[in-house]
Design a protein around this ligand. Structure first.
Ligand SMILES: Cc1cc2nc3c(=O)[nH]c(=O)nc-3n(C[C@H](O)[C@H](O)[C@H](O)COP(=O)(O)OP(=O)(O)OC[C@H]3O[C@@H](n4cnc5c(N)ncnc54)[C@H](O)[C@@H]3O)c2cc1C
Length: 399
C-alpha cells in the first residue's frame, strides 16, 4: 500500500448511468515499482517470496479498499463538492461525513482519519444547528491530541491552511509518530532487489469495418474496410515495469499507452490510450500455440467508452509463417471498456516491416543506468521472445 498521485477520475456514464473510474496507472508506475521492490526486499529478508494481487499481475489494475475523495472538501465549489465543514456547496443542511469528504489520499489505513474528520464536522454542524459556538461533544474528554507542529499546514481543496488547534480542547504534549522517523546520514540502505523494466513503442496499421457479419471473419471485414477506406492504426508504448516478473508470470503482461485512430470512431488525430494491457505469448489450450493480446481502451468521438480488443495467434501452420503470425492482429472494437461488450467493428491491423525495424530502435531499459545491466535486460527479453518462437515453430517438429 502507498500514497499514489490520487489522479483517478470518476464519471457517471451519461447513457448507462454507471459510475466509471479511470485510473492513471502509468503516472503512478514509479510508486508501484518501489512498492514491489520493497515487497521483494521484505520477502527476501524473511526467506520467502512475494506474491501480488492477480488483478495487478494479469491486467495491471491497481486495487484500493481505501477509496477517498469522491466528493471532496474544498473552499471553492470549482474544486470540490463540499465546503471545508463537510456541507455540500449551495445545499445548506446537506452533509457528507464519510471518506468521500477527504480531499486527498492520506496514505494507508484511513478509517480513524475518516472518523476524526467526521467527528470534527459533526461537532461543527451541531454548533451551527444549536447556535452554540462553544458546544463540545461529551465524548471528547478522554482523547489526547498530539501537539501539532505550529508551522505545519494541511491542504484543503487547492489551498494550504494552518493546522488548527481547537480552542475547546487543551493540547497536551505528545509525540508525532512520523516525527520520530529519522533518515540516517547518507540515506537509507539501498534495496538489494533492483527492479529493471523495459519499454518499446509499436506502430500498427490496418482496416476495420463496422458491423461486419460474422464478426470473426477478420479477413473479410478487413477487405471490406479497405474498400471503404476504414483505416485503423495505433502507436502504443508498451512498458514492462518489472522484467523479472514479466518473464516469470504466465500472463507476461505489460502496460500500453499511446494513441489510436479508428475512422469514424475517433477524431483523425486519434484518441488517447491510457491504461491498455499487453500480454506476450499467453498459453492457449493448444500446446504449440501462444497468443499475444492487446486491450486498448479509448473514448470515442461520441464521448462513449470503447475497447480495441485484438490478438495475434502464434502457431505453426503450413509454411514459414513466423512473420505473419507475429505481425497480424485480429481485431474487434467493442462498446464499453469490458471484453464482454458488443462488437461494433472488426478486421485486421498489421505490423509492417519498416515499422518493425523502427520499433527495434525504441527499446529502452528502465531502472538502471549500467550498460551491462541494460544489455542483460535486452538479452533476457530477446531470449524469451526467440525461445517461445523456437518452442512453437521448431520444437514441435522434433517432439
Ligand atoms: C477489505 C477491507 C479491509 C480494510 N482494512 C482496513 C484497515 O485495516 N484499517 C483501516 O483503517 N481501514 C481499512 N479499510 C478501509 C476502511 O474500512 C474504509 O476506508 C472506511 O470504512 C470507509 O468509511 P466510510 O464511512 O467512508 O464508508 P463506509 O464504511 O463504506 O460507509 C458507507 C456506508 O454508507 C452506506 N450507504 C451506501 N450507499 C447508501 C445509500 N444510498 N443510502 C444509505 N446508505 C448508503 C453503506 O451501506 C455503508 O454503511 C478496509 C476496507 C476494506 C474493504
Amino acid at each position: 500500500m502507498g500514497r499514489d498521485k490520487a489522479n483517478g477520475r470518476l464519471s457517471l456514464s451519461p447513457v448507462t448511468r454507471e459510475l466509471q473510474v479511470q485510473w492513471d496507472v502509468p503516472a503512478n508506475l514509479p510508486l508501484y515499482r518501489t512498492q514491489e521492490q520493497l515487497c521483494e526486499d521484505v520477502a527476501r529478508a524473511l526467506g520467502t517470496r512475494a506474491a501480488y494481487n492477480p488483478l495487478w499481475e494479469r491486467l495491471h489494475l491497481p486495487v484500493s479498499v481505501h477509496n477517498l475523495g469522491g466528493c471532496a472538501m474544498a473552499e471553492e465549489p470549482a474544486y470540490g463538492v463540499l465546503d471545508p465543514e463537510g456541507q455540500v456547496h449551495g445545499y445548506p443542511g446537506l452533509y457528507v461525513f464519510d471518506g468521500a469528504a477527504l480531499p486527498v489520499g492520506i496514505g494507508v489505513n484511513p478509517s480513524s482519519s475518516i472518523a476524526a474528520v467526521a467527528e470534527r464536522n459533526v461537532e461543527r454542524a451541531i454548533r451551527k444547528v444549536k447556535n452554540a459556538p462553544g458546544w463540545v461533544a461529551p465524548e471528547r474528554g478522554p482523547a489526547q491530541p498530539v501537539r501539532a507542529d505550529p508551522s505545519a499546514s494541511v491542504r484543503v481543496g487547492m489551498r494550504m491552511m494552518p493546522v488548527e488547534e481547537t480552542p475547546h480542547t487543551p493540547v497536551v504534549p505528545g509525540t508525532d509518530p512520523l516525527g520520530s522517523v529519522v533518515i540516517p546520514p547518507g540515506g537509507t540502505v539501498a534495496s538489494p532487489t533492483p527492479v529493471v523494466g523495459l519499454r518499446f513503442t509499436e506502430r500498427m496499421k490496418g482496416y476495420l469495418h463496422p458491423n461486419h457479419v460474422p464478426a470473426d471473419d477478420y479477413a473479410g471485414a478487413a477487405r471490406a474496410g479497405q474498400r471503404e477506406g476504414d483505416v485503423a492504426e495505433f502507436v502504443v508504448t508498451i512498458t514492462l515495469p518489472n522484467l523479472d516478473r514479466f518473464l516469470a508470470q504466465e500472463s507476461h503482461g505489460g502496460i500500453a499507452q499511446g494513441t489510436l485512430h479508428v475512422k469514424g470512431l475517433t477524431p483523425p488525430g486519434g484518441a488517447a490510450v491510457e491504461n491498455g494491457v499487453f500480454n506476450l505469448f499467453v498459453d492457449t489450450e493448444r500446446f504449440y500455440e501462444r497468443r499475444m493480446l492487446y486491450l486498448l481502451p479509448f473514448t470515442g468521438v461520441d464521448g462513449q467508452p470503447y475497447l480495441l480488443d485484438g490478438y495475434k495467434e502464434v502457431c505453426d501452420n503450413a509454411g514459414f509463417d513466423v512473420w505473419s503470425d507475429t505481425s497480424t492482429l485480429y481485431t474487434v472494437v467493442r462498446k464499453g471498456h469490458e471484453r464482454s461488450g458488443p462488437v461494433v467493428s472488426s478486421g485486421i491491423i498489421r505490423l509492417h516491416l519498416p515499422d518493425f525495424l523502427q520499433q527495434l530502435t525504441t527499446f529502452s531499459v528502465l531502472g538502471t543506468s549500467s550498460p551491462l545491466k541494460q544489455a542483460d535486460a535486452i538479452r533476457r527479453f530477446g531470449g524469451m521472445f526467440m525461445g517461445t518462437l523456437w518452442d512453437v515453430f521448431a520444437r514441435a517438429k522434433f517432439d
